[in-house]
Design a binder for this molecule. Structure first.
Ligand SMILES: [Zn+2]
Length: 159
């Protein structure tokens, strides 16, 4: 799993649109999901779309609200008890980063929240092999809630 303690030290190195702007003269630093000015913190935490998802994930995991990477790092101290939450938050951030890259490089179009929930579901099913056996039922419970979220989210169809 990702080393979250290094995240704060390296967030100036992630190729988000604000960092690309500094180094490669990219003029448009707006978020690809909401059009607000973008930074690493915006991408993973303060984007309205991502905040909405963190809110729902926190409820589904029964954990305190996730507002910044320190909130995630705090849970790693108690990884034995919070292994599923740590897995879900890591997979979520990985999914956001991969999704952002797919939109940024034109591989897909941003078409709605349902796509993000579905991507999170698919990645977690793949990561299930890494879950400690005694916690698999807890992860499966989260996947059931996530499957409901995938199905309830509005769908935007491209003709
Ligand atoms: Zn945004």
């Amino acid at each position: 799993m990702a080393d979250l303690s290094s995240f704060g030290r390296t967030n100036g190195l992630l190729l988000t649109r604000d960092n690309l702007c500094k180094h490669q003269h990219l003029n448009d630093t707006s978020c690809l999901l909401c059009c607000e000015p973008k930074s690493v913190n915006h991408l993973f935490f303060s984007c309205d779309i991502i905040k909405l998802m963190w809110h729902d994930i926190s409820i589904m995991l029964n954990i305190p609200a996730v507002l910044c990477y320190e909130d995630i790092a705090k849970m790693w101290v108690n990884n034995t008890k919070l292994a599923v939450a740590n897995m879900v938050t890591s997979v979520f951030m990985w999914m956001v980063w991969k999704f952002r890259n797919d939109v940024h490089f034109g591989r897909i179009l941003w078409s709605g929240l349902q796509v993000l929930w579905h991507r999170l579901f698919r990645l977690l099913v793949r990561w299930k092999l890494l879950c400690p056996k005694n916690l698999v039922p807890l992860l499966e419970n989260f996947l059931t809630l996530l499957d409901c979220k995938v199905r309830e989210a509005p769908q935007i169809r491209v003709c």
